[in-house]
Design a protein around this ligand. Structure first.
Ligand code: CP
Length: 337
């Protein structure tokens, strides 16, 4: 599409107030968001009329089970129609770089595809993981921001290169539901994994915990330091046992090297140290902590069977709360249309 055409398409939509949900700050006051989430949980169809004749488009560049199902369910709770597009299955292969001669296998440019997608919906959810090719492109959220810039629609993240805020909000809701102390100790622990995984989940979890009223500790092997903009004032403890002592919640997750201390290591697997796998011995160091993980999880790598199957495992309630976090976010977007 020519620049003029794209500009006109955007102008057509500019009178609509844009809203994005890409990080914790888009939620505003977290206590109010939690209160609203619990109201929704009591009656998830209360706002069914809000989405009448509105369409929610969900774009997946990467696989998903929970996000795909819970976000569709949330949109339907609000009375919306839903369109789901798996970009790599059935759509044209998309070029994402400007200035390239498209003589390969990519038939369509993202810069035309995005505004076209915007024509068919009222809001767009995007899943687009880190590619690990260029840290700066990942950490400036190049793909997600192109949707924000060119779709003419409110955009929400369904896990982008650096953040997964729908997951982290569901995690916070779960912690609020199960906490036994007013200000619980919450520990984010790195755990081993055979493949290089993005940092989006731990980044967003850190973002939310730093905003919530919790005692937050991050533990990981040397070299796995998360980006300072997500760690902020959190305590970082390299001794996993010390970190676990007195914990009320253990949140396990693997992430690949964030490349903070050595940019050349960005996206690499630096360790598969099985001593970091969360087993019953690790859990015995805690204050009878609840176990959390965003799923999907590799048993025997991240966590042992007995820990994930224990009554203190919250992985299923946590996944169930994805419907609530998505319902709240989509509701707020609808209210601003
Ligand atoms: N936790 C999460 O986002 O799960 P999916 O990747 O299955 O959507």
């Amino acid at each position: 599409m020519q620049e003029e055409g794209r500009r006109r398409l955007l102008e057509d939509n500019l009178e609509k107030l844009m809203r994005t949900y890409t990080n914790v700050f888009d939620l505003g006051n977290l206590d109010e968001a939690l209160k609203e989430a619990f109201e929704i949980k009591k009656d998830r169809y209360k706002y069914e009329a809000l989405g009448r004749h509105k369409t929610c488009l969900l774009i997946f560049f990467n696989n998903s089970l929970r996000t795909r199902l819970s976000t569709q369910k949330a949109a339907r709770n609000l009375g919306m129609d839903v369109i789901v597009l798996d970009v790599n299955q059935g759509a044209w292969k998309l070029e994402t770089e400007r200035g390239v001669v498209m003589d390969g296998d990519k038939s369509e440019h993202l810069l035309e595809a995005i505004p076209v997608m915007g024509c068919y919906c009222d809001m767009i959810g995007v899943r687009s993981f880190a590619r690990f090719e260029n840290r700066e492109e990942d950490y400036t959220e190049k793909i997600l921001n192109q949707f924000v810039q060119y779709s003419g629609r409110p955009v929400f993240s369904m896990e982008a290169a650096t953040c997964h805020p729908l997951q982290a909000f569901a995690d916070l809701i779960t912690i609020e539901e199960y906490k036994r102390a007013k200000r619980p100790k919450v520990v984010l622990t790195w755990a081993p994994h055979p493949r290089a995984l993005p940092q989006a989940v731990p980044n967003s979890f850190a973002d939310f915990m730093n905003e919530a009223d919790v005692d937050f500790v991050i533990t990981q092997p040397e070299g796995y330091e998360l980006d300072p903009k997500f760690v902020r004032g959190a305590r970082v403890e390299y001794d996993q046992r010390k970190a676990f002592e007195g914990a009320d919640f253990i949140y396990a997750k693997n992430w690949s090297c964030p490349g903070v201390t050595n940019p050349a290591d960005y996206g690499r697997v630096l360790s598969k140290d099985m001593r970091w796998c969360v087993d019953s011995g690790h859990m015995s160091w805690t204050n009878n902590a609840f176990f959390m993980h965003c799923l999907p999880v590799r048993r025997g790598m991240i966590v042992t069977d007995d820990v994930i199957e224990a009554p203190t495992s919250l992985v299923i309630p946590e996944a169930a709360n994805r419907e609530i976090s998505a319902t709240l976010v989509l509701k707020r977007i609808l209210e601003d249309l």
